[in-house]
Design a protein around this ligand. Structure first.
Ligand code: CDP
Length: 227
C-alpha cells in the first residue's frame, strides 16, 4: 500500500485552523484529525468523572482509558465519549480552557500520541492542532502554521458566537485567548511553536478564501497533489 500523505496545520486558538482544515480535507478528499477535540473530550471526561483537572495521576489514567470515537454524519464529524455525543459540549470556551490544562501534562500527551498517529492510514490526512508538525507527524509531507494577533482572533471568535445567536463579551474572550496562548506556548512539552520547516502564514489581514488559496498553492508546490 502506498504511503499516507500527511499535511499538518498548527496554530493558536481562533486562528481559523478548523475552517482551513475542513476545506483542505474536502479538496483532496483526505481524512481529518481534529487533535484539539481529543484534549477537549479528555477535559470533559475528567470533569464528568468528578475528578480535578489538577490531579495529574487521575487525568493520566483517564487519558489512557479514554473511550473516544469520531463518526461522520450528514452535518459533519461527531465526537463520541462512550456512547454519548459530546460534539457540542466540548466546544465551549470553558471546555477549551480545560483542554489546555490537561494538554499540559507530558504523560497525557504521551498516552494520546499513538491514537493520533493511527489516523494516518488512508490516502491522506490533514492534521489540525498545536504540535502536529513538531511532535505527532515530524516527517509530514507539508506543514503549515497559521498565526494572527490575539485581538484579531478574539474578534473572529466574538463574531462566530454572535452568529450563533449568543451575546458574547469581547473582553472576556480576549482574556481567555491570551491565557490559553500563554499556557500553550510556555508548556515544557510540545509547546505551540512552528516547526522549522513549516510555512508560517499570518492570517490577520487575510480572508479564509485567501488563506485557503495560499495553503493550496504551497501544498501543490511541496507535493505532487492536485485537486
Ligand atoms: O479550536 P481551538 O484552536 O480554540 O482549540 P482546539 O484546537 O480545539 O484545542 C483546545 C486545546 O487543546 C488547546 O488550547 C491546546 O491546549 C490543546 N491542544 C494541544 O495541546 N495539542 C493539540 N495538538 C491540539 C490541542
Amino acid at each position: 500500500m502506498s504511503k499516507t500523505v500527511v499535511i499538518t496545520v498548527d496554530g493558536p486558538a481562533g486562528v481559523g485552523k478548523g475552517e482551513l482544515t475542513r476545506r483542505l480535507a474536502d479538496a483532496f478528499d483526505f481524512d481529518l484529525l481534529d487533535s484539539g477535540a481529543i484534549y477537549r473530550v479528555l477535559g470533559y471526561a475528567v470533569r464528568k468523572a468528578g475528578l480535578a483537572l489538577f490531579d495529574e495521576e487521575s487525568v493520566v489514567s483517564e487519558a489512557r482509558l479514554l473511550d473516544l470515537s469520531f463518526s461522520l454524519e450528514n452535518d459533519g464529524v461527531h465526537v463520541l465519549l462512550g456512547g454519548e455525543d459530546v460534539s457540542s459540549v466540548i466546544r465551549t470556551e470553558e471546555a477549551g480552557a480545560n483542554a489546555s490544562k490537561v494538554a499540559a501534562y507530558p504523560r497525557v500527551r504521551e498516552a494520546l500520541l499513538q491514537r493520533q498517529r493511527d489516523f494516518a492510514k488512508g490516502n491522506g490526512l490533514i492534521a489540525d492542532g498545536r504540535d502536529m508538525g513538531t511532535v505527532v507527524f515530524p516527517k509530514a509531507d507539508c506543514k503549515i502554521f497559521l498565526d494572527a494577533s490575539c485581538e484579531v482572533r478574539a474578534k473572529r471568535r466574538f463574531l462566530q458566537l454572535e452568529h450563533k445567536g449568543l451575546k458574547p463579551d469581547f473582553d472576556k474572550i480576549l482574556k481567555e485567548i491570551e491565557e490559553r496562548d500563554k499556557r500553550d506556548r510556555n508548556r515544557p512539552v510540545a509547546p505551540l511553536v512552528p516547526a522549522n520547516d513549516a510555512l508560517v502564514l499570518d492570517t490577520s489581514e487575510l480572508t479564509i478564501a485567501e488563506v485557503f488559496e495560499k495553503s493550496l498553492s504551497y501544498i501543490q508546490e511541496k507535493t505532487s497533489l492536485s485537486v
